[in-house]
Structures are given as C-alpha cells and as structure tokens.
Design a binder for this molecule. Sequence first.
Ligand code: DAH
Length: 351
Amino acid sequence: MESGTVLETLRSLEEEALRELGTLEDIDSLETWRVAYLGRRGKLTTILRSVGSLSPDLRRSVGAAGNQVKTLLEEEQARRSDEIEELEVRRRSSLRAIDVTLPGRPLPQGRLHPTTQILREICSSFTAMGFQIVEGPEVEWDKYNFEMLNIPRDHPARDMWNSLWIDQQDADGRLSMLMRTHTSPMQARIMEQTKPPIRLIVPGKCYRYEATDATHEWHFYQVEGLAVDEGITLANLKGTLYEFARRIFGPDRKVRFRCDYFPFVEPGVDMSVDCFACRGEGCRLCADTGWLEIMGAGMVHPKVLAGVGYDPEVYTGFAFGMGPERIAMLKYGIDDIRLFYGNDLRFLRQF
Ligand code: DAH
C-alpha cells in the first residue's frame, strides 16, 4: 500500500469523525460514536492494526499520523462529552424554571349554595342570642314526628303533613317510621335527653309526599327553635322573633303575630313581617296584603312538656319553625322554590 493513500484515508477519517462528533447531543450517541471510530473494531483501530503489515518506512509515518489522529479524536471526544453534560444540565433546569413575572392563573372559585348561606345567617342570628345548634335524624319514628308532639294516630291534624313512610311496621302491623315531615321531632328528642334551661335551634332537611310547584318542594329545609325554662312567656317569644326578623330583613321591620293552629303549641301563632318591598303598602310580593308570613310559632303545649317528663306547672317554653328557602325567596325576590334544587349555575352564580 502507498503511504499517500493511507495518509489520505486517515485525514478523511479524521474529518468525518469530527464532523459527526459536532452533531451529537447526548451521551448515548457519543458512546456509539466512540465505538465506531475508536472501539476495538472501530475504523481507526482497524487502520492502525494494519500498520504492522507495511514496510518499515511506511510503518513509521503512517503509525505516527494514526496515533496523532487517535489522540486528537480522544481529546475531542472528552471535550464534546463535557459540552453535552452542560447542555443536559441547562435543558433540565429550563424545564423546572418558573417565570415569576407571568400573571397568575385564575383558580376556579366556588361559593356556598344560597340555602347554605341563608341557613348560616339564620343560625348565627340565633346563636348571637344564646341559642345552641343541634341536628337530628332525617328518618324518624312516628313517635317523635307525631305522637310526642300531641298528634295521636288517626287524629285529623295528621293531614297537615303528607308523609313519606318507610316500609317498617310495629307490633300492631302499622307503619312506624317515616322521612321526617318537619324538624319539630327534635323538640321531643332533646327535652327527653336534657333538663331546662333549653335554648336551641335545629336546622335540617324535611320531606313530604307532595306535588311540586313554585312554592312547594317534596324535600326542603326547616329551622326549628325551642326555648324552655321557668317563667318563659309569650313576651319572650315575641321579643326573640322580633329581633330575629330585624337581623334578617333589616332594622326597621315591623312584625305581626296572629292566631294559628299547630297541635304542639298553645297558643299557636303565625308570624309576619311588614313587606320590605312596598313598606306595607301592598304589592305583588305580599299579594297586596302588606305582610309576609315567615314562620309558625307558639308556647309549647303542656301535653308535650308532660310527655317528656317536665312539670308544665314549673316549666314553660316557646317553639317556632320556619322554612329557610322561603326566607331566602322573600329576602332575594326568588319566585320559584324549585330553583334551589335545580343546580342551574345561572341561578346559583347570583349568590
Ligand atoms: N312544624 C311546623 C310545620 O312543619 C312548623 C312549626 C309551627 C314549628 C309552630 C313549631 C311551631 O315549632 O311552634 O308546619
């Protein structure tokens, strides 16, 4: 072989290897490159190995040139390896980099359901007056929902509550369990468990076997109230509920109490506030009466007190019950109770 040809091959090999080296961007392809040129069967190694078969003169010059190329390629490989490492560090840190000058991403923000909002408002107006909050079961015994509230079986007063019964019979084969039709059963449950003084409110869900329309739902909330102690009078009832009405509907509201019938109170009343939309003059909201009915109330019936073991000669009390959805409807001018359960965001976003 001629020394010129071998030296040329070496030069073009060097050129090719360096060109390729410059394009490599990761450690794996750098290793592949090393094996292809400098490995045991690499292109350069093959040439250097063939040097032994050359004449002594050629051997010297080709050998020297070959070793020069080898050293150069090894040096360049080390340099490229450093560059690639640096490149990778930069790549990794750019993935982690945070541009603190970018405006923050808006987080979707929820809000409380209007029923929850009004419940909290009602509850805090009573807790401010020293009432405790208690909750009770939504599935209730006939005993608490009716009997202990002076509503015996087969009494026509039961017609005031269309009930959803549970398929559960007592020893006489009569249905004895239902979805509570009001929160009043908690009056009996609490009095049974504690001694006066009692001041509490009971927010909770109630159920009725009822066709729905703009003012009726088959499931809805109530807030019950009960205060029992020695010497409680109708004046305490009026004062407490008057203060409540002013807290919810504004400081210059007037209130009105009229006789009404509920089996578990005597006397029973219904309470109204003067219409805040027309200030009592008469409008669509108050059906031209100037008044808005907001709840039922009364003095706890002596039979109810006796039924839980209290002496009606010693203890007296007042009770009340309201529908928070109705309170919210009046307060915010909502004209359909079904909106509270429709999950329509166009409605819910307004609160
Ligand atoms: N529980 C009654 C109802 O659902 C509302 C009620 C009226 C509750 C008078 C009371 C009350 O505590 O004294 O219709």
